[in-house]
Write a protein that binds this ligand. Structure first.
Ligand SMILES: Cc1cc2nc3c(=O)[nH]c(=O)nc-3n(C[C@H](O)[C@H](O)[C@H](O)COP(=O)(O)OP(=O)(O)OC[C@H]3O[C@@H](n4cnc5c(N)ncnc54)[C@H](O)[C@@H]3O)c2cc1C
Ligand SMILES: *[C@@H]1O[C@H](CO)[C@@H](O)[C@H](O)[C@H]1NC(C)=O
Ligand SMILES: *[C@@H]1O[C@H](CO)[C@@H](O)[C@H](O)[C@H]1NC(C)=O
Ligand SMILES: *[C@@H]1O[C@H](CO)[C@@H](O)[C@H](O)[C@H]1NC(C)=O
Ligand SMILES: *[C@@H]1O[C@H](CO)[C@@H](O)[C@H](O)[C@H]1NC(C)=O
Length: 501
């Protein structure tokens, strides 16, 4: 049975690849029931879900040499004084209130003994501007309230079934029109620092839903608190440990970069950068939206127009942390600091890791930039960026001679062909049926999962988790029964409803 269907599969593949068809792989060793493409949170949870459904004939194909994806840690610092820092995800965002709904990332972190500390976004913060220390916490507090009002304005629109708009329109409608550096940086902290794009670039309704479903228990969210991983095994520890509870070494293939995904009526053939081909009955693509947008992986035949249009219509934001280590700590004792530059988004948020319960004695402080500013600095050399950042520190601390840092590093997520940004964002003008299309399977064999396919939690670790779980469950059903239920998609979108409620 299987033998026959496989022959048909490879004949069909050869017919479609007009040029040199790949040699048929050794069928017995290179065929899997399910290929999971990408070993981030979505891929690992999809694998665990298959395992729990008694499906063990799967393979996780990952370009890097470890699992975790955008949970990416690095040893950083001068010789003899290194600490583990997080280049990617760092927080469990929204935890749990009482025995209410728990963020599944929190549950895994507890299970695997992850060391994480309460991050106090609103109380443990001091403010600076171009004159040095400057207390504008009252302006900051107003921006906190404005953000809440923005989500209420969005909810009212959902109620009235009006069209979506940008968050800039939303802010203006509630009377928040930041003009001064203090107002702009306060808004930035509440907005760009979360969505990695500006209010102009972001959907009012979708971003408010994402906020509420994560942070607002009265709206089905987990809690309004954030836990920062300071675990010296790396934040990835929780998901790598979870993987070890069920994965065997022959269920992962590392150092394996996918180049082409050939999807057919009866299966999938994946071609790696080194020319190896692997076939399967089903495949789940968990690559970031940015990877799908930039043709880093090719589909054969090309994805249908409805799928491509949807992928190109959602956006990928970039969130960049710039790490510095110094011999001695000379900065603030709070967890956070704001720096108000006349240019919005110029090295605005600073975080202190050299704190009791964090990474004491590490001498590490870092700045965050996002969106277009991230793209700008990725195009610059490290030393150019370092000079700018040290200049800002000198402005913040006018009476201190800023010493030479003992270490400096920032990751380039936007240029990295395995990510092409940090996480997805929902732009205004991107409508609900389009998001359905980002998520929908193409044919019966090719499926998609990852933070970007989550309507409620796009951008978050828990979004990736829930998508891996849901798509894994659907594929398990396909494997176990003759009928395989497809996700809905919309061939041609004519309806502008931003959210189907
Ligand atoms: C800087 C930054 C900060 C963040 N902060 C937070 C946070 O604090 N809290 C939070 O909840 N979320 C945060 N996120 C988002 C979170 O990290 C992601 O939502 C989540 O990790 C995505 O998981 P995923 O499985 O969908 O995708 P990924 O983790 O991207 O997994 C996909 C995998 O595919 C691999 N891959 C890509 N291309 C190929 C190829 N061609 N062949 C083979 N393998 C390939 C990648 O290496 C990767 O391992 C942050 C992300 C970044 C980058
Ligand atoms: C990955 O490839 C590199 C370079 O080709 C090699 O040095 C390394 O050992 C490989 N790692 C794994 C886990 O296969
Ligand atoms: C938020 O909305 C409330 C209720 O309408 C209002 O009293 C308050 O002034 C608003 N806050 C800001 C900062 O706009
Ligand atoms: C978000 O939550 C607030 C309550 O904090 C609610 O008033 C509003 O309607 C919600 N917004 C959306 C878009 O659901
Ligand atoms: C810096 O020094 C000047 C002159 O001594 C003083 O007036 C000012 O308050 C100092 N600023 C800070 C932030 O310590």
């Amino acid at each position: 049975m299987r033998h026959i269907s496989l022959r048909v599969l490879f004949l069909a593949a050869a017919a479609r690849l007009a040029l040199a068809p790949p040699p048929p792989p050794p069928l017995s060793s290179n065929h899997k029931s399910v290929l999971i493409l990408g070993g981030g949170v979505a891929g690992i949870i999809a694998a665990r879900t298959l395992h729990e459904h008694g499906i063990h004939d799967f393979l996780i194909v990952e370009a890097r040499t470890e699992l975790g994806g955008r949970l990416r840690s690095k040893r950083f610092g001068a010789d003899g004084r290194q600490a583990t820092i997080e280049l990617g995800a760092n927080w469990i965002q929204g935890t749990q209130v009482g025995d209410g709904p728990a963020n599944p990332i929190l549950a895994l972190a507890r299970k695997h003994g992850l060391k994480a500390v309460e991050s106090d976004f609103y109380e443990s913060i001091v403010t600076y501007d171009e004159t040095g220390p400057a207390d504008y916490l009252d302006t900051f507090q107003k921006a906190v309230d404005s953000y809440t009002n923005l989500t209420i304005e969005a909810g009212a629109r959902v109620q009235r079934q009006t069209v979506d708009s940008t968050c800039r329109t939303g802010y203006s409608m509630i009377g928040a029109k930041p003009k001064t550096p203090h107002e702009m940086v306060s808004e930035y902290y509440m907005f760009d620092w979360e969505y990695a794009q500006t209010p102009e670039q972001t959907s009012l309704i979708a971003s408010s839903w994402a906020n509420n479903f994560t942070y607002d228990p009265s709206e089905g969210g987990f809690s309004d608190s954030n836990l920062l991983s300071v675990d010296q095994r790396g934040f990835k520890h929780f998901v790598q440990s979870e993987a070890r509870t069920f994965l065997s070494p022959d269920q992962t293939l590392f150092n394996a970069t996918v180049r082409t995904i050939t999807h057919l009526d009866n299966g999938v053939i994946v071609t790696l950068a080194d020319g190896t081909t692997i076939s399967s009955d089903y495949a789940i693509t968990t690559f970031s939206l940015g990877v799908l947008q930039n043709d880093d992986v090719l589909f054969d035949p090309p994805l249908p127009a409805w799928k491509q249009e949807a992928i190109q219509s959602m956006t990928m934001g970039t969130y960049t942390k710039i790490f510095l280590q110094f011999e001695d700590k000379f900065w603030f004792d709070t967890q956070f600091a704001l720096y108000a530059d006349t240019e919005r988004g110029r090295y605005p948020v600073w975080q202190n890791l050299d704190l009791k319960n964090f990474i004491p004695g590490s001498g590490i402080v870092f700045a965050t930039v996002t969106g277009d500013y991230s793209e700008r600095i990725e195009a610059m050399s490290d030393s150019e960026v370092k000079a700018e950042v040290l200049d800002v520190l000198q402005t913040m601390f006018p009476n201190t001679t800023i010493p030479t840092p003992t270490a400096f590093f920032f990751p380039r997520w936007f240029s990295d062909p395995l990510y092409r940004g940090s996480y997805s964002n929902w732009p205004s003008g991107f409508v609900s049926p389009q998001h359905k299309n980002v998520r929908a399977n193409v044919g019966k064999r090719l499926w998609f999962a990852g933070e970007g396919t989550s309507q409620k939690y796009f951008g978050f670790l828990h979004g990736a988790y829930f998508e891996g779980l849901d798509i894994g469950t659907k594929i398990a059903k396909c494997v176990h029964s003759a009928t395989c239920e497809s996700l809905p998609f919309v061939e041609e979108i004519t309806n502008g409803t931003p959210y189907l409620v």
